[in-house]
Design a protein. Structure first.
Length: 495
């Protein structure tokens, strides 16, 4: 038995309940406050007045993609072509130059050829739905393309044809990602990884090898292209180990805002296009029917307001089993009429508050007409929907405190204005998104409260989220991260 004392243990069952000490045993909370006899405990850990929350969970990210991002050339934050070229020049001795985080500024194959005639250059767009290649890279991939700017299916087909990453390198990527998440106080994540690297079996092996050594509550979505592999594997759906679960089938309805492929009710600025259903609606429905046939749930990427409306219609026509819930990922724009459909569905929403601060107001410059509802999280809550907070890392940094800040204050990084404040969440609601409600679709339970019988996963901060001022969120507050009673991060070790 381990006693954890002198903390402010936020139960999260309501805003007020805070305990002073708890005892855990075999990975669960078993005693609270007055029930505790310290002399009966094997170990005592003193939190010295820190604030303790149920372990933070990121409800949608790409663990391997994030690990790769940490290890690769990053173009994050570079907003001019000159800066990008200057940043890449030192790598001219590489035969293959792969860089991430490129904000599509319209660089073409010819532009890249001028500076990098001999290397194969791959610039991965920051929305992860596009790639820009130079001539040598296009040639190596057997593609004839006028600009080298590839979007959606064209881009993803290049990604899947790149040489396999060796297993050791994938393990390293996963370890790097998890270490970084520990430091952000994150104890678990819902990750979409099984399609993009070495295929279902090898990639799953990486998780099976690493997680026993490096505990992290990992819930893996399964990309629809891996559905056959999953069926063939004869693995059961749900819990694999205390650290690994297999979850919903990841499907893409539309594209992204920056690629102008998100499906909107109104055409994009100076264009006739309104976005697209990336695989076509018939094919999408066929895949969903297969998902239902196997008794599984869907996790559907959708960005555009029209995309969301159509997904609602499709899910109403093809619901999951009565006890199941699908997940809708993103849903930043919506039409008021769509809410009536949305609340009838058996779904939870995986939202990315950090997209607001990164994308507004720039995203509006793409539209001919603004959507009716803008990152409408308060509205979603009022309609009774469950919101799970996430970063979509490596798209955003997987720091839940940044997500909570954006959910509460809604301030743009670009012009420092706050947008649609009527949609702001309270600090308690924002915290719930990354704790209690981020666990809504976990199979291992109960999780997400500090109450008896719940898992001993904690995030410990030096300040209370519920009383933080806006600028407080930008500081590092994580003093300790605990998973399954084990301290996996301790700030005093880093000193
Ligand atoms: Zn994603």
């Amino acid at each position: 038995m381990i006693a954890w004392i002198h903390g402010h243990f936020h139960s999260m069952k309501d805003e007020k309940t805070v305990y002073q000490q708890i005892v855990t045993h075999q990975g669960k909370i078993i005693l609270i406050d007055d029930e505790i006899d310290l002399s009966a405990c094997d170990r005592v850990i003193d939190f010295k007045g820190a604030h303790v929350y149920p372990g933070f969970v990121d409800a949608h990210l790409h663990l391997l993609g994030y690990g790769q991002h940490i290890m690769q050339i990053s173009l994050d934050g570079l907003n001019s072509i000159e800066d990008i070229i200057a940043h890449l020049k030192p790598y001219r001795d590489k035969t293959v130059l792969f860089a991430e985080g490129y904000r599509d500024l319209g660089l073409t194959r010819d532009d890249l050829d001028r500076y990098f005639p001999h290397q194969r250059v791959f610039l991965r767009h920051s929305d992860y739905h596009g790639l820009t290649l130079n001539s040598s890279a296009l040639h190596a991939m057997g593609i004839d393309h006028p600009t080298g700017i590839l979007k959606e299916e064209e881009a993803s087909s290049v990604m899947t044809r790149l040489p396999k990453v060796d297993q050791k390198a994938l393990e390293k990527m996963l370890e790097k990602a998890i270490d970084s998440l520990y430091a952000f106080g994150v104890t678990g994540g819902h990750s979409d990884d099984l399609y993009y690297f070495n295929g279902f079996f090898d990639t799953l092996n990486v998780f099976e090898d690493v997680l026993p050594k490096k505990p992290f509550r990992t819930h893996l979505l399964m990309h629809h292209m891996t559905l056959d592999d999953f069926i063939q594997s004869k693995k059961s759906w749900g819990i694999q180990t205390p650290y690994l679960e297999l979850g919903a089938i990841k499907m893409f309805y539309d594209g992204t805002m920056s690629s102008k492929t998100a499906l909107m009710f109104h055409p994009y600025q100076q264009m006739t296009t309104q976005g697209e259903v990336v695989m076509g609606q018939d094919a999408f429905i066929q895949v969903l029917k297969r998902v239902r046939h196997h008794g599984l749930t869907a996790a559907i990427h959708v960005i555009g307001d029209r995309g969301l409306d159509e997904v609602c219609d499709i899910l109403l026509a093809h619901p999951p089993q009565p006890h199941q819930k699908d997940r809708i990922i993103h849903a930043p724009w919506a039409k008021v009429d769509t809410l009536m459909k949305l609340k009838k569905l058996q779904v939870t929403l995986d939202i990315q508050p950090q997209f607001l601060s990164s994308d507004l107001p720039k995203a509006w410059s793409h539209f001919s007409q603004r959507p009716e509802l803008i990152f409408p999280w308060k509205t979603y809550l009022k309609e009774g929907l469950i919101l799970s907070g996430s970063s979509d890392a490596p798209v955003e940094i997987p720091n839940p405190l940044q997500g909570m800040k954006d959910a509460i204050f809604r301030r743009s990084h670009e012009d420092h204005q706050c947008y649609a404040l009527e949609e702001s969440l309270t600090p308690f609601e924002a915290l719930k998104c990354y704790t209690t409600d981020a666990n809504a679709l976990n199979f291992i339970s109960p999780k997400g409260l500090l109450e008896k019988g719940y898992l001993a996963d904690f995030t410990i901060l030096d300040q209370d989220v519920l009383t933080m001022k806006e600028h407080d969120f930008d500081r590092h507050h994580v003093v300790m991260t605990v998973i399954n009673e084990q301290v996996v991060y301790d700030i005093t070790d880093k000193a």
